[in-house]
Design a binder for this molecule. Structure first.
Ligand SMILES: Nc1ncnc2c1ncn2[C@@H]1O[C@H](COP(=O)(O)OP(=O)(O)O)[C@@H](O)[C@H]1O
Ligand SMILES: [Mg+2]
Length: 423
C-alpha cells in the first residue's frame, strides 16, 4: 500500500516510524515532513491545507491511504474534498469529515454535543458581542477561577483562566468586541472551573465500532512544577498511573460509548482518532474537550506502545471492520521529553545545528521542529525533538530519556527536567 501522512511534527514522524515498520507499507510519503521523516519516507514540499497540491501528489504517487496528522486540514474539510472528487473518492482518509471535525473546530458545537448525549462536562454558556452584558452576568454567578474559551481554532492559545472577576469581564469584552483571537473569538464559551488532574484518552473509530488506545498525560507548561506559559506540550507519559481499571471503565461507559453512539445518532460520519481531554474530579471523569486527531507529544508515547500493525488498523478503520482487529499493547511504559528552542513559547531563534542524534541508542529521537540543511539537522521550530523511551516503570523510562538527552546538543536547547513529577 502507498501511504501519505500529512503534517510535519513529532506526531507525524511517529506515524511514519510506525507505518514504516509494516511489511504492507510499500511506499511512504510525508507532506511536508521534517528531517526525521526524510530518513524513512519521501518528504513532499506541500502544505497540509493545499488540497489541490495534495490531490496531484496523491494521483502521481498512486497513494491508497492518507493519514491526516493536524486539525487544520480536517476542520477545512480535506476528507470531504476527497469524497467529492471522482479521482480521489476511492482513497482512504484517516480523519473525520468536516461536520464531525467541528467537535474540535467549535467549542460550542462540542459542548452542545456533550449535553445532547449526556456526556459529563463542565457547565457552560456561550456568548457573542450581541449579548456580552449577559456574559458579565453569567460570570457573576460563577466562582473563580473563570474559564473563557474562544469558540474557534486558536492554536492552543484561546483558553484563558482568570482569578479576578473584573479581569474576566475585561477579557470577555476583549475577545468578543475587540476580536482578541480574530474570528476564533466571535463566540466565547464560559465554563465552570473543574478542579482535578488531567489526562487524555485516545479512541479509534470506523464510525461503527471503537477501540481504546492507551491513556497518556502531557505536560503543557514551559516551567518546572507546571508553571509559566502554555506550550504545545513539553513531555508525556503513558500509561497514566492513576487511571485504574475502575476509572477506565467509567471513561468507557460514561464518555467513549456515548460519544461514538452520539456521532451515529447525529449522522456525523467519523473514521479517525478521537482525542478526549479529561479532568478527574474526585472519582469522576469529565470531558474538557475533544480533538479530532492524535495529540502531540502524546502520539510519541501512545504509538510506540501499539504492537499491532498500524497499516492493518488503518485499513480496518477505512473498511469499517475495526471490530475484527485486535489492538495489542506493549505492557511497558513509554515517556517522552520534548527538547525546545531557548525562548519558546515566546520568540526563539531557528537554524541551530543539532548534534549527537546518532548517539541516541536507548531512546527514539522523534524529530519535530527540525529540518535537513546541507547534510546537517538544524532547528526549524520551537518544539524541536521528542525523546521517547520504554521502561518497566514510567520512572525507568524517564531516566532513560534524560540519559539519552545528554548526547544531544543545540544552541540554547531547553527542556523540562521534571516530567512525571506529579504522578
Ligand atoms: N472547565 C475547565 N476547568 C479547569 N481547567 C480547564 C477547563 N477547561 C480548560 N481547562 C484548562 O485549559 C486547558 C486548555 O483548554 P482546552 O479546552 O483543552 O482548549 P485548547 O486545548 O483548545 O486550548 C486545558 O488543558 C485545561 O488545563
Ligand atoms: Mg486542550
Amino acid at each position: 500500500m502507498n501511504i501519505l501522512v500529512l503534517g510535519s511534527g513529532g506526531r507525524e514522524h511517529t506515524f511514519a516510524w510506525k507505518l514504516a515498520q509494516s511489511d504492507r507499507c510499500k511506499a511512504l510519503f510525508v507532506a511536508p515532513g521534517n528531517s526525521g521523516t526524510k530518513e524513512i519516507a519521501t518528504n513532499l514540499t506541500i502544505g497540509v491545507t493545499d488540497f489541490e497540491a495534495i490531490k496531484s501528489a496523491v494521483l502521481e504517487h498512486k497513494i491508497d491511504l492518507v493519514v491526516v496528522g493536524p486539525e487544520d486540514p480536517l476542520v477545512q474539510g480535506v476528507h470531504d474534498f476527497f469524497l467529492q472528487d471522482e479521482a480521489l473518492k476511492h482513497i482512504s482518509v484517516i480523519g473525520p469529515q468536516k461536520a464531525a471535525a467541528e467537535l474540535e473546530g467549535s467549542k460550542e458545537f462540542a459542548k452542545e454535543f456533550m449535553v445532547r448525549h449526556n456526556i459529563p462536562t463542565a457547565a457552560y454558556e456561550s456568548f457573542t458581542k450581541h449579548n456580552v452584558e449577559e456574559g458579565y452576568k453569567f460570570l457573576e454567578t460563577l466562582k473563580p477561577p473563570y474559564v473563557l474559551k474562544a469558540d474557534g481554532l486558536a492554536a492552543g492559545k484561546g483558553v484563558l483562566i482568570l482569578n479576578d472577576l473584573k479581569e474576566a469581564k475585561a477579557e470577555l469584552k476583549s475577545m468578543l468586541v475587540d476580536a482578541k483571537f480574530g474570528d476564533a473569538s466571535t463566540k466565547v464559551v464560559i465554563e465552570e472551573f473543574l478542579d482535578g488532574i488531567e489526562l487524555s484518552c485516545f479512541v479509534l473509530t470506523d464510525g461503527k465500532d471503537y477501540k481504546i488506545l492507551p491513556t497518556a498525560k502531557d505536560y503543557k507548561r514551559i516551567g518546572e512544577g507546571d508553571t509559566g506559559l502554555n506550550t504545545g506540550g513539553m513531555g508525556a507519559v503513558s500509561p497514566v498511573p492513576f487511571a485504574t481499571k475502575a476509572f477506565l471503565d467509567k471513561i468507557e461507559n460514561q464518555i467513549v460509548i456515548p460519544t461514538v453512539e452520539g456521532l451515529k445518532k447525529d449522522n456525523l460520519p467519523y473514521v479517525g482518532f478521537i482525542f478526549i481531554g479529561l479532568i478527574k474530579v474526585g472519582d469522576a471523569p469529565k470531558v474538557i474537550e475533544y480533538n479530532v486527531r492524535m495529540g502531540d507529544p502524546e502520539t510519541e508515547v501512545v504509538l510506540p506502545r501499539l504492537k499491532t500493525d498500524l497499516v492493518d488498523v488503518f485499513e480496518a478503520m477505512a473498511n469499517q471492520t475495526l471490530s475484527q482487529i485486535n489492538i495489542d499493547i506493549d505492557e511497558r511504559a513509554a515517556t517522552t521529553i520534548m527538547l525546545v528552542s531557548g525562548g519558546y513559547p515566546e520568540a526563539y531563534e531557528k537554524g541551530k545545528e543539532i548534534t549527537g542524534i546518532e548517539k541516541v541508542t536507548d531512546s527514539i529521537a522523534f524529530h519535530a521542529g527540525a529540518k535537513s540543511q546541507d547534510g546537517k539537522v538544524v532547528t526549524s521550530g520551537g518544539r524541536v525533538m521528542a525523546i521517547t523511551s520504554y521502561g518497566n516503570t514510567y520512572q525507568d523510562a524517564i531516566k532513560k530519556s534524560y540519559q539519552s538527552i545528554k548526547h544531544l546538543h543545540f544552541d540554547k536547547m531547553n527542556y523540562r527536567k521534571d516530567i512525571g513529577f506529579d504522578l
